[in-house]
Design a protein around this ligand. Structure first.
Ligand code: GDP
Ligand code: MN
Length: 387
């Protein structure tokens, strides 16, 4: 469960991590009232669940009412990478002497929390990790012993934090670990962690993900899930009752049964591809469900090819084929589909598909074959037509 910046900052403040106080508002009038209370200059910040708001024009300084009116008016309603801004956070603008970076996430392969720190904050941290990995300090925390002040100080020093703020940085890292642990977070990130001209260390931004499965332990956090700000495709799927999770790749996936879909993701990844989503069409996938699912998968503009992996049990393959044919009639997709039908009525299903002569639909016999084919198609490689 991802939190908005201001919600993350509320958790930070709860654990003694320094943040600027501010107010979340959803109108220009609200922004003006908040700023009158806070005092100018203020910063107006779009509250959406996506990074890079600054670059997209979603973070602006306002020195007076006129500027605030202009910026708040422009940012409210703005679209940032598919996320509509409905809320802005108004806080007193900070003077910045340096921008650092700090984060803690769960390193599943090491089975430990991983603390990262860099004095090259405020920018895309992936770039720092790639170009100058020595400037990103990585420190695994022993979950039983916790993070000691000595360790935190050592991380700050190793990262070459200015000597006079080493203690301040250590305080921030210790508080960040407390947030991560006490709130059952899977990610707690600060970028930038600023040093002010007065040499105070403060979190200027927050990115926090909470473990949804641990929410029952935190009734006070339950209200933080914000349907308005969810990924728009995931929200739509939820409304339509479809089990859909958006992923970062370019291969759309549909299967029936959560286990089969997860295996399909694995097989596609092993074939060198990158799935664009998880979609479980469920046990009784009829034509209507399939149509709806295809629509949803193709609403993600990153999708370059789609893999249907159906094992017919309760779901009959001929019904799935009919759904696909109906969907193609209405949607006319421009990307290739690979279809693997196996199980109940698979022969009838394949026959229906063959007879329909859908453009750009490629049958495959096995899951591996289907995965290799769809990866090749997504990459735009020439086909060795199979089946
Ligand atoms: P992001 O672009 O979504 O990561 O949003 P951030 O909250 O990190 O803000 C982006 C950038 O805006 C920061 O790296 C700062 O350089 C700048 N910024 C944000 N708040 C302030 C502020 O209070 N004062 C100043 N001077 N710059 C700010
Ligand atoms: Mn940031």
């Amino acid at each position: 469960m991802d939190l908005l910046e201001y919600q993350g900052k509320q958790l930070f403040a709860r654990h003694g991590l320094k943040v600027s106080s501010g107010k979340a508002v959803d109108s220009v009038e609200g922004a003006l009232a908040a700023a009158a209370e806070i005092g100018y200059p203020v910063v107006v910040k779009a509250q959406v669940l996506i990074g890079g708001r600054g670059k997209a024009g979603g973070v602006k300084l306002a020195g007076d009412e006129a500027q605030l009116r202009e910026h708040a008016g422009r940012i409210l309603g703005m679209d940032i990478k598919g996320h509509t801004v409905r809320t802005v956070w108004i806080e007193h603008a900070s003077d910045i002497a340096a921008e650092y970076y700090a984060s803690i996430l769960l390193d599943r392969s090491a089975k430990r929390p991983l603390l990262m720190f860099s004095i090259e904050g405020g920018v895309d941290i992936e770039e720092v990790a790639e170009r100058t990995p020595e400037k990103l300090i990585r420190h695994h925390i022993d979950p039983l012993a916790g993070l000691s002040r000595e360790e935190a100080v050592q991380v700050a020093r190793e990262g070459k934090a200015d000597e006079d703020v080493v203690e301040g940085v250590a305080d921030a890292l210790l508080a960040l670990y407390e947030v991560w642990l006490a709130e059952d977070a899977t990610l707690a990130e600060i970028n930038p962690l600023i040093v002010t001209p007065e040499r105070e260390v403060r979190a200027l931004d927050s990115k926090v993900s909470l473990d949804g499965n641990a929410l029952y332990r935190h009734p006070e956090n339950q209200g933080l899930s914000d349907a308005e700000n969810e990924d728009p495709l995931e929200r739509r799927a939820k409304e339509e009752g479809v089990q859909y999770v958006k992923l970062d790749g370019d291969i759309g996936i549909l299967g029936n049964g959560a286990g089969l879909v997860m295996s399909t993701l694995d097989v596609v990844a092993r074939a060198g591809g990158s799935p664009a989503n998880f979609l479980d069409a469920g046990g009784g996938s009829n034509a209507e469900t399939i149509k709806q699912a295809v629509d949803l998968i193709l609403a993600n503009p990153a999708v370059r090819a789609v893999l249907f992996n159906i094992f017919g049990g309760i779901t009959r393959c001929d019904e799935v084929a009919e759904g696909l044919i109906a969907a193609f009639g209405e949607i006319k997709p421009s990307v290739p589909f690979v279809v693997r039908l196996d199980g109940t009525n698979d022969e009838a299903g394949r026959r229906l598909l063959a007879e329909a002569e859908l453009p750009n639909v490629h049958p495959a016999k096995t899951m591996n074959e289907a995965a290799e084919l769809v990866v090749a198609l997504a990459a735009g490689r020439a086909l060795q037509e199979s089946a």
